[in-house]
Design a protein around this ligand. Structure first.
Ligand SMILES: *Cc1c(COP(=O)(O)O)cnc(C)c1O
Length: 380
């Protein structure tokens, strides 16, 4: 009873870390064996766990962040100064910043309504349009936003027809599937994140996934300062210090043991919101098209009008509940507004009317009731 009373006003986070208890064992092992370094058995073990989970010839390199993984993906695909890279405009800025790191230019493409991810028709239009001025894009960054897979069949078809590789940003979509195949296995290079807010976390971390062992080896080389073989510190390429710590990989190994549970909880949050709010004509949900399976990393609702979204956001925040507008599109950012953008209005509309609700796997039924009761009260 006392606990419930406290819960009535305690902070509800958007997407808090959720430890299982298994993590400490792997961390202790790292300390006891003194593998407190960016190498060691937890890193190897975490990579193996991910490779087994993803299957489909996945070769995984554990890295310091998802952003670092996208940066290395671009370098591995030989994207450099002056190149053009197509990127979904509706995303978190970390998807695009690495394009700038390598001196390339982002070209933004809007979303489709069915998945909120890259619109295949507009993607093709953008490619054709850029080719007319002799600037064929060198890569496509496609994103599985909020855990919903992009239209893999059509994006892959366009990618192979024009011979433009895909970087799959699956930072939000570990555990999601398209036609029964896991997200993180669709890109020429794919990327995961284990940041504190993601479905499983190592506090900070990421991974790069490729189908070829040779790409994994190159990524490892670049992630560890690109040191040539031999004892001497000899270098022929610019490298990075992007490897994951063995201590943090221990958290990852513990988290992998409960990944299925975490997916089930996030999906159950979505179902709770859907069952409680969907009958309201002012609220819409992103539903799974046939063949799509979302990990429901975040549940994001669409309000009928922007002022409703703004009011409900304020109401939640004032009640100590963390909620957020959905990602502000890149073409609207001060940082990126001067780059070419192929738009259809979807990303702008989702930004204006979208509201991300608390979606952590550690939310209680009391939390969910508190959130949905507040939202309902707005319409009464
Ligand atoms: C979190 C996130 C990233 C970046 O991952 P970090 O591990 O935080 O660097 C990239 N893209 C998307 C879509 C993300 O949500």
């Amino acid at each position: 009873m006392v606990k419930n009373v406290k819960n009535l006003n305690s902070r509800i986070w958007l997407s808090a870390p959720h430890m299982s208890g298994n993590e400490q064992e792997f961390i202790n092992e790292a300390f006891e064996t003194n593998w407190v370094a960016p190498m060691g058995p937890n890193i190897d073990g975490f990579e193996k766990d991910l490779e087994n989970y993803l299957n489909h010839d996945s070769n995984v390199v554990a890295l310091s962040t998802g952003t670092a993984a996208i940066h290395l993906a671009l370098i591995l695909l030989k994207i450099g100064k002056g190149d053009d890279v197509i990127c979904q405009t509706k995303t978190f800025v970390a998807s695009v910043n690495p394009v700038t790191y390598v001196g390339a230019n982002p070209i933004f493409v809007d979303s489709e309504k069915e998945t909120w991810n890259m619109c295949p028709d507009l993607l093709e239009e953008a490619i054709k349009d850029r080719m007319l001025i002799g600037k064929k894009p060198k890569a496509i960054i496609a994103i599985n936003l909020y855990g919903m897979p992009y239209n893999v069949t059509r994006i892959q078809e366009i990618s192979s027809r024009y011979s433009i590789p895909v970087i799959e940003d699956s930072a939000e979509a570990l555990g999601s599937k398209y036609l029964d195949r896991p997200c993180g296995t669709f890109g020429d290079v794919s990327v995961l994140s284990f940041n504190g807010n993601k479905i499983i976390t190592t506090s900070g971390g990421g991974a790069l996934i490729s189908k070829e062992k040779s790409i994994k080896n190159k990524a490892l080389f670049l992630a560890t300062q690109a040191k040539n073989d031999g004892m001497a510190y000899s270098h022929s390429f610019v490298g990075y210090n992007y490897r994951m710590s063995n201590v943090l990989a221990g958290i990852g190994r513990g988290q992998m043991k409960v990944l299925e549970k975490r997916i089930a909880s996030r999906r159950s949050n979505y179902n709770y919101y859907f069952q409680t709010l969907n009958e309201n004509e002012n609220i819409d949900f992103l539903q799974e098209p046939e063949g799509y399976f979302s990990n429901r990393w975040l549940t994001c609702i669409l309000l009928k009008k922007q002022n409703m979204r703004d009011d409900i956001l304020t109401l939640l925040v004032e009640s100590n509940i963390e909620a957020r507008p959905s990602w502000k599109p890149m073409h609207q950012q001060e940082l990126y507004k001067n780059f070419p953008a192929y738009l259809n209005g979807t990303a702008d509309d989702l930004f204006n009317r979208g509201l991300c609700l608390p979606s952590g796997s550690n939310l209680s039924e009391v939390d969910l009731l508190r959130i949905t009761t507040l939202i309902k009260s707005y319409f009464e």
